[in-house]
Design a protein around this ligand. Structure first.
Ligand SMILES: Nc1nc2c(c(=O)[nH]1)N[C@H]1C(S)=C(S)[C@@H](COP(=O)(O)OP(=O)(O)OC[C@H]3O[C@@H](n4cnc5c(=O)[nH]c(N)nc54)[C@H](O)[C@@H]3O)O[C@H]1N2
Ligand SMILES: Nc1nc2c(c(=O)[nH]1)N[C@H]1C(S)=C(S)[C@@H](COP(=O)(O)OP(=O)(O)OC[C@H]3O[C@@H](n4cnc5c(=O)[nH]c(N)nc54)[C@H](O)[C@@H]3O)O[C@H]1N2
Ligand SMILES: [Mo]
Length: 764
């Protein structure tokens, strides 16, 4: 709306035949079309495995196959026929593999045997599991303090694996739990705890069937939560308004053909999803919401003055909230000029959004990384909550707050204790249940862990999944920091570049994936459990034959390391053998998991009570708390405007990737094919750079710390994006994201607010 630049190729709807064609391609490429297709039939079904793709909720009736193109990619990625065997590692030195891309490394296939780094030959060589466990234990016991070790978690780990992992690290003596969520939804957790007393969303999937307005902020569900698009489409079809705030025109949010809808597919039709599409500037959402609130207050005053009923939910405000007056004073003190300039939206646009809000009985606000990866993200999350409080949109049907999580179990990992700053009750319960003395001092998050490794304060890194070197900012600094460690241990399914950042002593341990059958030593199959964005906890059991007979489950690997390091005062082996024991013990430590083993075997699992959804506020005041934060004086795009050639860059995902895992080089919905080194910019900005569209540039980052950061050789793509704001892909651009800048109160890297300039490259 704000900008007029023509997008590239916008004729096709998202989803549709393109999605089906792409699925076929991915299944064939994985080399196991049959297992792949069979496997898909079991994704997100009552008796199958939880899709490793995303954390969107599952429908009530787990009977019809939930089709999702990117789920297909995630599943066929894991079910590939290719193998990264010891013979592969014998052929290539680790130094040589450091010159590969993540794409090429993961393409080698599934890891098959535990490997140890041999510095003499600079190669990974096969070891037995017992040798690996003993070797890791020796190193961990030799550290001066348990706080010299970092225990990283990526959000795919199951509840059982994550629970055992945090138990092990705490029994060992540290709260150092850098977690992918530190780079992801941390601001949502922090902000919501302050506002509503619980760091999770308040809605259920069913609420989407009742909402009259859904405000989708800073999120690209067509790519990252495709099953959400189906729910948005149903809402749009029954007349609900879907208002989008996104600087970039994302095709999936505009039109969507449901591959499961035969009529739509045959007729080539598509449902338009967004009834309103607003394009704020990067980081402008808090200002936009503040503007909406300003209009709501003004309209309400007018209604009252005319003797008509108030527009606010006065009963809710009086009974359930504190701090309204202070916030209202702040809103009224904020000038329109400030709001328009910071948001990048006009008064008229903000008024239209306010009308959507006021016109609905039931409003849901959803958001993801476009909200959480800025400096003022906690304040923005709280501003969203403030707005919903005004008309009582929290804790009733069809309305509520919905941070849409990333990794399929990132929310569950947090629930079961992956937390560098744990509450006292958690530690007390753990100590009582397991007879340990947990450390009370807070530990490291991701940025603390990086600083500690850079400064030599941390000497051991253990990664439960993920790709720490590539997902974090300042790729070169973090890679060097990992390599300076005494010990690195990576638990993974496929090799990636992070695994090549080896410490002096390094292990690469292959685990079962979610799609694979997990049998214990006695031959009995085991299930694990996960929690989705709507706090539904359900079981997940694989159906494929493991990629190699030598694989162990994540649970068994953690238990093996723990027993070798700490002995068997805790019965690690019994828990690895029977996951029911882990769940029984977990249910005595974490509230809400009573009768865990029984309830998790019900078709859709069970819902973890969300206090705020029941209007029970676990805040200091016992009420929902308005946040009176002022708007930032100036945000990045405003600062950038003052310096010639300066832009603010957001780093986002293409349609063909899962975080650092690159499935392919196309970004179909954005019209980019066969390449990833692109920067999307407004045509007038490209002209202002003195460049032509498609010119090649180096991206130069500056964080005012005297360090020059360069990402080389990108193509400028003219795109429908606000002036002053540019976009490009993660992880290629992580080397210009500074590790010394972070969100206030969230400590999340500023991946959507990177200050950059451009340098044109000489034509080749
Ligand atoms: N297929 C697939 N699925 C995934 C993932 C994946 O990589 N691939 N990753 C998973 C994970 S871990 C996560 S966290 C989620 C991520 O899901 P998303 O948050 O959708 O991920 P991003 O690609 O980072 O997209 C951010 C979106 O916000 C917009 N945006 C950026 N800055 C701003 C801003 O300041 N304001 C507003 N209003 N919008 C902004 C961008 O234009 C983009 O559309 O997806 C999960 N699901
Ligand atoms: N610039 C920039 N940086 C970002 C972001 C951004 O938007 N911009 N987003 C951030 C976000 S939201 C997140 S969540 C992080 C993600 O950070 P991570 O979670 O660390 O990264 P992933 O790419 O998801 O991890 C991929 C690796 O996980 C391993 N893996 C896959 N499946 C399994 C499994 O079942 N078990 C085990 N043990 N390993 C497995 C594979 O070896 C694969 O190579 O990145 C963050 N970094
Ligand atoms: Mo994420």
């Amino acid at each position: 709306m704000t900008n007029v630049a023509p997008p590239l190729k916008r004729s096709h709807a998202a989803g549709g035949w393109g999605a089906l064609r792409s699925c076929g391609k991915h299944l064939l490429r994985s080399g196991s079309a049959i297992t792949g297709a069979m496997t898909l039939l079991k994704a997100n079904q009552a008796d199958g495995f939880d899709c490793p793709g995303c954390a969107w909720g599952d429908p009530e009736h787990g009977s019809s196959f939930e089709f999702c193109e990117n789920g297909v990619k995630a599943v066929s990625w894991e079910a590939t026929a290719r193998r990264a065997t010891p013979a592969f590692f014998a052929e290539h030195t680790v130094s040589a593999l450091r010159g590969w891309t993540d794409y090429d490394l993961e393409n080698v296939g599934r890891l098959t045997e535990p490997m140890r780094y041999d510095p003499m030959t600079d190669r990974y060589v096969a070891v037995t599991w017992d040798e690996a466990f003993a070797g890791i234990a020796t190193e961990l016991r030799a550290l001066n303090s348990p706080n010299e070790a970092e225990f990283y978690t990526s959000g795919r780990a199951s509840n059982e694996a994550a629970f055992l992992y945090q138990l092990f690290a705490r029994a060992y003596g540290t709260n150092n739990f850098p977690d992918c969520s530190n780079m992801c939804h941390e601001a949502s957790g922090v902000g919501l705890i302050q506002s509503i007393g619980i760091g999770k969303g308040t809605v259920l999937l069913e609420d989407f069937h009742h909402a009259d307005a859904i405000i989708v902020i800073g999120q690209n569900p067509g790519t990252n939560h495709p099953r959400m698009l189906g729910d948005l489409r149903k809402a749009a079809m029954r007349g609900a308004r879907v208002a989008v705030l996104n600087p970039v025109r994302e095709r999936g949010l505009e039109r969507f053909a449901d591959p499961q809808d035969k009529i739509e597919m045959i007729r080539g039709g598509a449902t338009s999803i967004a009834s309103h599409y607003f394009q704020p500037k990067l980081g402008g959402d808090m200002a936009a919401i503040r503007g909406v609130a300003k209009i709501v207050f003004a309209r309400d005053d007018a209604e009252r003055a005319a003797g008509r009923p108030t527009l606010l939910d006065e009963a809710f405000l009086a009974e359930h909230t504190v701090g309204l007056d202070a916030w209202r004073a702040e809103v009224e003190a904020t000038a329109w000029g400030h709001i328009e300039d910071q948001s990048g939206l006009t008064y008229d646009e903000i008024e239209t959004l306010a009308e959507v809000y006021l016109g609905a009985e039931r409003v849901i606000a959803t958001w993801a990384m476009g909200v959480t990866q800025h400096k003022h993200s906690v304040a923005t999350v709280r501003e969203i909550a403030n707005l919903l409080f005004l008309r009582g949109h929290v804790g009733r049907e069809g309305a509520g707050l919905c941070p849409v999580r990333g990794h399929s179990n990132v929310q569950g990992d947090r629930t079961v204790g992956i937390n560098e700053n744990p509450p006292a009750w958690l530690l007390d319960n753990l100590d009582r249940e397991f007879g340990i003395v947990s450390p009370r001092a807070p530990g490291h998050n991701v940025l603390h862990a990086i600083h500690a490794m850079v400064e030599g304060r941390s000497k051991a890194f253990i990664g439960l999944g993920g790709n720490f070197a590539r997902a974090t900012p300042d790729t070169e600094i973090v890679t060097a920091a990992l390599r300076s460690c005494r010990l690195t241990v990576q638990i993974a399914t496929k090799p990636n570049l992070g695994h090549m950042a080896v410490g002096e002593v390094a292990y690469l341990l292959p685990c079962l994936g979610r799609t694979e059958i997990d049998r214990n030593l006695a031959g009995k199959t085991q299930i694990v459990t996960v929690e989705d964005s709507m706090s539904m906890v359900h079981g997940s059991g694989g159906i494929n034959k493991p990629a190699s007979p030598h694989l162990k489950s994540e649970v068994a690997i953690i238990a093996g390391i723990a027993a070798a390091t700490l002995g068997d005062a805790i019965d690690w082996a019994a828990m690895a053998e029977d996951h029911d024991i882990i769940r029984d013990r977990l249910s005595r430590v974490i509230p809400g998991f009573e009768d865990y083993n029984e309830r998790v075997r019900r078709p859709r699992g069970f819902h973890l009570r969300n206090s705020a959804a029941e209007r029970d506020w676990k805040t200091p005041s016992g009420k929902a708390e308005f946040s009176p934060a002022p708007l930032p004086v100036e945000i990045e795009h405003q600062a950038a405007r003052k310096r010639k050639g300066q832009y603010v860059l957001q780093t986002f995902r293409s349609h063909d990737q899962y975080n650092t895992t690159i499935y392919g080089l196309d970004d179909r919905y954005r019209g980019v094919y066969g390449e990833r080194r692109v920067v999307f910019a407004h045509p007038d900005d490209i002209a202002a750079m003195g460049a032509e569209p498609n010119a090649r540039v180096d991206v130069i980052g500056s964080a005012d710390d005297g360090r020059t950061r360069v990402a080389e050789d990108f193509r400028l793509v003219a795109y429908d994006i606000p002036r002053g704001c540019v976009a490009g892909y993660y992880p290629e651009l992580n080397s210009v994201v500074p590790f010394n800048k972070a969100g206030d109160g969230s400590d999340t890297p500023l991946s959507k607010s990177v200050m950059v300039t451009f340098r044109q490259r000489a034509a080749a």
